[in-house]
Every structure is written in C-alpha cells, then in structure tokens.
Design a protein around this ligand. Structure first.
Ligand SMILES: [Mg+2]
Length: 182
C-alpha cells in the first residue's frame, strides 16, 4: 500500500475550463486564451495588465471552486486508487477567495463522498506532507520548506509539456504509468 497525494485543481477538477467559462460570462469583452493555448502555469503573464483585475474577480467569485466540473475519468480513478492505497487529496487554498476552502470540501463530498472528504488536506506547501507519490499539474511543486518525500508525477496539462524529466499521466493512462497503484 502506498500513500498517494492527489492535487485538485486541473487534476480532479477542470479548473481552467471553468475559469474560462466564467471569464467569458462575466467579461465578454476579454479575448480569452483557450485552455490548450495556455503554455505558462502563471497564465496571468499571457494577458495584458489591464485584464488582471478581471481575472482576479473570477477567482474571488463566491462558489467558483464549488461549481467546477470533474475532469473526465478523474472520479473513477481516484476511487480506484483509494481502494488499495492511502490517499490524501492535497490542494492549495486560494487565500483571496472567501469560499475556496468550503467550496473544495463541498465538491469532494459531492463527487467523491464522505470518506474521501476526511482525506482532504488544504495546504499551501505540499512538501510539508509526506507521501510516496504526488500527482499534480504544477511543474514547480517540489519547491518548499522540506525536501519532498514523494515523487512528483505530472498530470499532463498544456502548461507543463516542457517538463520532460518527470513521469506524467492522465486519467486515461494512469494504470500504465503507475502499475504499482492498480
Ligand atoms: Mg493543480
């Protein structure tokens, strides 16, 4: 049995898809960069400065994180991994949102159930959590207070394709990449 840490945003939930949808609803005048075209995890760099307050407004929208849709295959995969492994859903809270933490808890409860809600950890520095593997889309996840005990396996997204050093997966091929978990 292994201890697997699983990120939420853009790994279990389609955060950037939901973000673009809300951005176009709230600010139809903004020229939106499609998710496949986001090649920088800090996608603010891709927008002109005057658009940044509009991007902030989407993140801060009450309920934004609660309304995100799961990524296809994610729920089935997480439930399957949890059957034979110890898991922690390890997610960074967005401090400027009033509802981020309760939204994330509500989403896990709604889509993954009460038992996995007990396995939710909201933490900004994931090196503070022990584990064998961290599945996360963010390339710089290893930077933090501690030397990580886990291997960072990338969840493939357009903004992390340049990192060729780490193992990577999607919920379509995770059993081939991590046969030790199945
Ligand atoms: Mg993420």
């Amino acid at each position: 049995m292994k201890h697997i840490l699983i990120d939420m945003d853009n790994v279990i939930f389609a955060t950037m898809v939901g973000f673009n949808k809300k951005l176009s609803e709230m600010f139809p005048e903004v020229e939106i960069i499609p998710v496949e075209g986001i090649r920088d995890h800090n996608f603010y760099n891709l927008y002109p400065k005057e658009v940044h307050p509009k991007l902030d407004a989407v993140w801060k929208l009450p309920g934004f994180f609660r309304d995100l849709e799961p990524i296809p295959g994610a729920l089935e995969a997480v439930l399957e991994i949890a059957r034979t492994n110890h898991i922690t859903i390890c997610s960074r809270p967005f401090l400027d949102s009033e509802t981020c933490e309760s939204d994330k808890k509500a989403s896990i409860r709604k889509y993954l159930g009460r038992d996995l809600t007990k396995r939710l950890g909201l933490i900004r520095d994931k090196t503070e959590v022990r584990g064998d593997i961290l599945i996360d889309d963010y390339v710089n996840q290893k930077t933090g207070f501690y030397t990580p005990t886990w291997e960072h396996v990338l969840y493939t997204q357009p903004w992390n394709l340049q990192d060729t050093q780490k193992r990577r997966l999607t919920w379509q091929n995770w059993k081939q990449v991590l046969p030790e978990l199945a």
